[in-house]
Design a protein around this ligand. Sequence first.
Ligand code: PMP
Length: 400
Amino acid sequence: VFAHVVQAPEDPILGVTVAYNKDPSPVKVNLGVGAYRTEEGKPLVLNVVRRAEQLLVNDRSRVKEYLPITGLADFNKLSAKLIFGSDSPALQENRVTTVQCLSGTGSLRVGAEFLAKHYHQHTIYIPLPTWGNHPKVFTIAGLSVKTYRYYDPATRGLNFQGLLEDLRSAPLGAIVLLHACAHNPTGVDPTLEQWEQIRQLMRSKALLPFFDSAYQGFASGSLDADAQSVRMFAADGGELLAAQSYAKNMGLYGERVGALSIVCKSANVAAKVESQLKLVIRPMYSNPPIHGASIVATILKDSGMYQEWTIELKAMADRIINMRHQLFDALRARGTPGDWSHILKQIGMFTFTGLNTEQVAFMTKEYHIYMTSDGRISMAGLSSRTVPHLADAIHAAVTR
Ligand code: PMP
């Protein structure tokens, strides 16, 4: 009965790793994966995470019972505080409902399902380009996906005028997906002044902000600085949604820990919204897993562990920034044609190199460098050892 099923293509991002794994070359480099690697190219488990796990293991009172549909209460409260700030009026006024979800993706999906059911506007605007999973998540939840201009290939920066024009002509009340910081794949973020203009325009047209916060602390090394965009919108008293992921900033990729927050106009509305979120979640997966959320809650509620986390987080962010400098210097040393200053300017895990599909294919074939075909490289996958090889490959690709 399944003989008619056709072979589906590999996921464009995860497929890069599949191809990398098949390559026997000893010089191969995987710059496709959006996960942090150490200088030695190894995945990293934070010390503070190991410590939290040890505490959890040693605590014999912990059991493996089901969590509530909305997840671990402590985790939800602490996650909201992390993104909105401890002095957030919305939190003090109990106008925010936060539910634990399956990492960033699951948080986006639950938010999208809720909007499709309970929000009058079904059109969502996503930046062009954006993370490849965004259009899929929103479409499958029943929303209609449109794009707004974001990246300007000519400047390798923000197309701010295009962004404003597109949001200005969006229908009243439309949903707008915003990357809270460290835009994926471009590494281009609005400045605080630009965020303020975006906020004013969006509020004047009742556009509903849906923030995707997958890199808080990873962009600048500061958890507060990376949440400024979200906090700016929360401070005006209006509604918003925010999807948080602990995959990158705590290195909890496979634990699938995240949260969806919906900021409402009153505590009464927030309680009703939460009751409906439960109806969204229950038939999807009943309730979320306990282990990862317990790790996060353990770290966030202990001031010593929290401090330790911020130090380890900053070290990851700094290593990535250092890789930007090394790659930039290596290209300059080779006299590689072009202006590569965007490598230094772009923010977060990725550099949008500006290399085209053919150049990427050439680098993969001749240099065994694996990256997405849009020219995005993960700076977190680079090391001092692999920078020269990458610089050689880029040089060869652009001077061919
Ligand atoms: N949003 C963006 C922009 C991302 O880059 C990612 C991870 N690549 C996610 C959401 C979700 O990741 P996860 O589900 O692993 O938390």
